[in-house]
Design a protein around this ligand. Structure first.
Ligand SMILES: Nc1ncnc2c1ncn2[C@@H]1O[C@H](COP(=O)(O)OP(=O)(O)O)[C@@H](O)[C@H]1O
Ligand SMILES: CC(=O)N[C@@H](CCC(=O)OP(=O)(O)O)C(=O)O
Length: 261
């Protein structure tokens, strides 16, 4: 079986991911499935900025990224977090290769349209799929930090959901699994919070407008809607602490909230 998928691993859930999560990933890889990981690390970036006394703020869900902030973003994402995930995968007995979007120009980017206001934040223009595929062909799980680069060598801070969606599109995988700290998109029905098993683009628009989808869930649903074309036919938003969540989401489907093309 040759089945590929992109997994986005959110900073909100990294510390809570049990060893069993990475063992599940190893078993999937052993069964012939090829994962590509794109990770976040927003909370760790915020903690480090705070320790260094550098102010940080989010504008429309994106971190305002000055030159000083960019240094910390790269240090934390491409260094600490990227290597932590690589170590955990290796600890589970699988092979992983950690890279950022700067390495081999894996994630090429340009400034977002409101860059004057929010600084060095990027949007993806191109993903070097051939190198990612080469890493997979060697039997390694690519682990990508969402720092992008342009032809002039400028680095960009890219939201990890956006970067994962772009990687999924360009690799043409069938599924993207967004691993986070909630079991899916929640909606209050009869005073009770419930996970929506499926959600349409129209419902997403409605829930953003009503404030039922807010904060860090907004870039996830936007990235999902943006990548659902071509081969990408399903994005699942799942919790990383549910047993065997990855293998169930990849092999069976119907886990967490599913957004379909
Ligand atoms: N409708 C919703 N259902 C579930 N979570 C939501 C919803 N709207 C907003 N959220 C928030 O989105 C968060 C996940 O986004 P975020 O904290 O950015 O995670 P990550 O680091 O995994 O990207 C949840 O913890 C929750 O606070
Ligand atoms: C531009 C922008 O906001 N970049 C994010 C990159 C990390 C990220 O997206 O991490 P999570 O997936 O854990 O939220 C940031 O600086 O926090």
């Amino acid at each position: 079986m040759e089945q590929r998928f992109v997994m986005k691993c959110g900073g909100s859930t990294l510390a809570a991911l049990p060893a069993a999560f990475f063992e599940d990933l190893r078993r999937l890889q052993e069964s012939g499935v090829k994962p590509v990981i794109v990770h976040g690390g927003g909370p760790a970036i915020s903690r480090t900025l705070e320790k260094l006394g550098i102010e940080t703020e989010f504008v429309g869900g994106l971190r305002r990224t000055t030159e000083d902030v960019l240094d910390v973003v790269e240090m934390v994402l491409s260094g600490t977090i990227n290597k932590e995930i690589v170590r955990r995968i290796q600890g589970a007995g699988a092979r992983a290769l950690g890279l950022s979007g700067v390495d081999g120009k894996l994630i090429q980017a340009r400034p977002v349209s409101n860059a004057v206001e929010i600084g060095h934040v990027g949007e993806v223009t191109e993903v070097n799929a051939a190198v990612i595929e080469g890493v997979m062909a060697m039997g390694y799980i690519p682990v990508l930090a969402p720092v992008g680069i342009d032809d002039a060598g400028q680095r960009y801070n890219i939201n990890a959901d956006t970067a994962a969606g772009a990687v999924a599109s360009q690799l043409g995988v069938e599924r993207m699994i967004v691993v986070t700290d909630v079991p899916g998109i929640l909606r209050t029905v009869d005073g009770e919070k419930r996970v929506l098993p499926r959600v349409t683009a129209a419902e997403i628009d409605e829930m953003i407008a009503s404030g039922e989808i807010y904060g860090g869930m907004i870039p996830k649903v936007k990235a999902a809607l943006a990548c659902l074309h071509g081969n990408v036919r399903e994005v699942a938003i799942v919790s990383g602490t549910e047993p065997d969540v990855l293998s169930r989401a990849v092999l069976e489907g119907g886990v967490g909230t599913v957004i379909e093309a």
